[in-house]
Design a protein around this ligand. Structure first.
Ligand code: CP
Ligand code: NVA
Length: 305
């Protein structure tokens, strides 16, 4: 049994399989061809934080695969009344085939997985967001082909998305140019679990414009992630120069793409003319969450088909 708790849980070979499988599954969806490999299977989705894309993509995706879903939140389950996570894991995993969790600390999802009888998927933690990067990479490949040897500019917070980009670069042979304000840097120990990353898989830049130079993809995220709302005001000040604008896009390669995992705040981390402009692929990125997660769920339950 495999879990998907962080990007580094899978090998490059597994990612190549998932990308090709997601393309096939997306093709079936687009041509209204039924694909029900998971009939009679149930996915439990546990949300301890808000969501639009993750909820809709997993729920619609599981129904399209012939299965069904159970939706739980902290507020409407015993999770919010301090039932130990180990007990919740033992109980929930006796009744369903697969569990997706969005929560706060990564250690919580790891504890759940340890006591689960079924595969567990990370639907976002404070530290990582692997399903999103899976979708982002698939989107890049759809538009531009292989990402190996390419440069991704990360402008903004050294957060769950940034950490996951670093893991992906380490594994799939591309480079991330990271630019964050002082005090919000990526934590190499956290991203790579204390082991040395592949030489040259990421480079740190003080100036976000420098980070964007010759990039094949420019990407950013909110200044304040879920769970950090108390820091909102301090972050607004610290991040003022880390807004992706037309000048940063002009510094990147002429065919560079722009991505944002969404939800976005126009005029904060990205200007409207960038996110709504011709280089932006954010809507494909959001849609692709569903296609890649269908491939992921199929893989976790049935292996390579
Ligand atoms: N990108 C993403 O995970 O969106 P939601 O928070 O809406 O699920
Ligand atoms: N970094 C953001 C991503 C939201 C999808 C957060 O954790 O809130």
């Amino acid at each position: 049994m495999k879990h998907y708790l962080q990007f580094s849980d899978f090998t490059a070979d597994e990612y190549h399989y998932l990308f090709s499988r997601a393309a096939i599954i997306k093709g079936k969806f687009k041509s209204y061809e039924k694909h029900h490999p998971l009939s009679d299977r149930t996915l439990a989705m546990i949300f301890e934080k808000a969501s639009t894309r993750t909820r809709v993509s997993f729920e619609a995706g599981m129904y399209q695969l012939g299965g069904s879903v159970v939706h739980l939140t902290t507020g409407d389950s015993q999770l919010g009344r301090a039932e130990p996570i180990e007990d919740s894991a033992r109980v929930i995993s006796r009744m369903v085939d697969l569990v997706m969790i969005r929560t706060f600390g990564q250690e919580k999802i790891e504890r759940f997985a340890e006591f689960s009888r079924v595969p567990v998927i990370n639907g976002l933690t404070n530290e990582f967001h692997p399903c999103q990067i899976l979708a982002d990479l698939f989107t890049y490949i759809e538009h531009r082909g292989s990402i190996a040897g390419k440069t991704v500019a990360w402008v903004g917070d050294g957060n769950n998305m940034a950490n996951t980009w670093l893991q992906a670069a380490d594994l799939l042979g591309f480079t991330v140019h990271v630019s964050t304000p002082g005090g919000y840097e990526v934590d190499e120990k956290l991203a790579f679990g204390g082991r040395p990353p592949r030489e040259g898989c990421y480079k740190v830049f003080k100036d976000p414009l420098e980070a964007c130079k010759s990039a094949d993809l420019v990407t950013t995220d909110v200044w304040t992630s879920m769970g950090y709302e108390a820091e909102n005001e301090a972050r607004r000040k610290a991040f003022a120069d880390w807004c992706v604008d037309a000048e940063m896009m002009a510094a990147a390669r002429p065919d560079a793409l722009f991505m944002h995992c969404l939800p976005a705040h126009r005029g904060e981390e990205v200007m409207a003319d960038v996110i709504d402009g011709p280089q932006s692929v954010v809507w494909d990125e959001a849609e692709n969450r569903m296609h890649v997660q269908k491939a992921l769920m199929e893989y976790l339950l049935l292996g390579r088909v």
